[in-house]
Design a protein around this ligand. Structure first.
Ligand code: PAF
Length: 211
């Protein structure tokens, strides 16, 4: 597995893969990889020839007062996990490469971004759709993989891909849960024992109510 940091470098790699008529599976992440991400990488490995995982904590999707500064980062651990799951390349650009100082272009999906998470995190989805658009343009994948856990994000990205006529298949894969039912998330590291127990009780009662 190789690590590519520059946009020029990844473009060169993508060009070579395309020339060889090999397919590219893409798993965009903000790192701190867990079993949910790894399930996407494993699936990508099954369905495509080359798997590229991006690791980029995207500042534009964090609002003021949100956890951008303390968002968990573990590139060393991520390299080991991604390689074991079948990734061929980690694309790990710098902030200044993705957003140079004169940056002023954003991609916004209307309507679908307004309710639910969008109502509580103004600008969040604009940041997500902007960075995913940039990554799609740079990596030009055949298939991109996202988790069902972020259900609104998945719907928005599917819509955006269709609306912008990208020839990219979007695969949404099931949520991977901890033993107690809690959906795996990099931010679970913030939860106390009590909060974990509470989440588990809510999950179990929702599951019961569904039966
Ligand atoms: O789901 C995430 O981790 C992020 O929103 C994504 C899609 C990698 C964009 O930064």
């Amino acid at each position: 597995m190789i690590i590519i940091k520059s946009i020029k470098g990844i473009r060169k790699f993508v060009k070579k893969i395309k020339k060889e008529n090999r397919t590219i599976g893409f798993v965009p992440t903000m790192g701190s990889l867990h079993e949910g991400h790894l399930s996407l990488i494993r699936k990508a490995k099954k369905l495509t020839d080359i798997v590229i995982v991006s690791i980029f904590v995207n500042p534009t999707q964090f609002g003021t007062g949100e956890d951008y500064g303390k968002y968990p980062r573990d590139l060393k651990g991520d390299k080991i996990k991604a390689k074991k799951a079948g990734a061929d390349v980690i694309f790990n650009p710098t902030i200044s490469a993705m957003y140079p100082s004169n940056y002023c272009t954003y991609v916004e999906v209307e309507r679908l971004t307004l309710p639910l998470c969008g109502a509580h995190r103004p600008g969040h989805f604009k940041g997500v759709t902007t960075v995913v658009s940039k990554l799609f343009n740079i990596i030009q994948p055949d298939i991109a993989f996202f988790g069902q856990k972020d259900a609104q994000q998945a719907i928005i990205i599917k819509r955006m891909t269709k609306d912008l006529n990208w020839d990219i298949k979007i695969k949404i894969l099931p949520t991977i849960r901890e033993k107690n039912g809690l959906a795996m998330s990099s931010r679970n590291k913030y939860l106390s024992k009590k909060e974990r127990e509470k989440a588990s009780i809510i999950y179990k009662s929702l599951k019961k109510a569904k039966k």
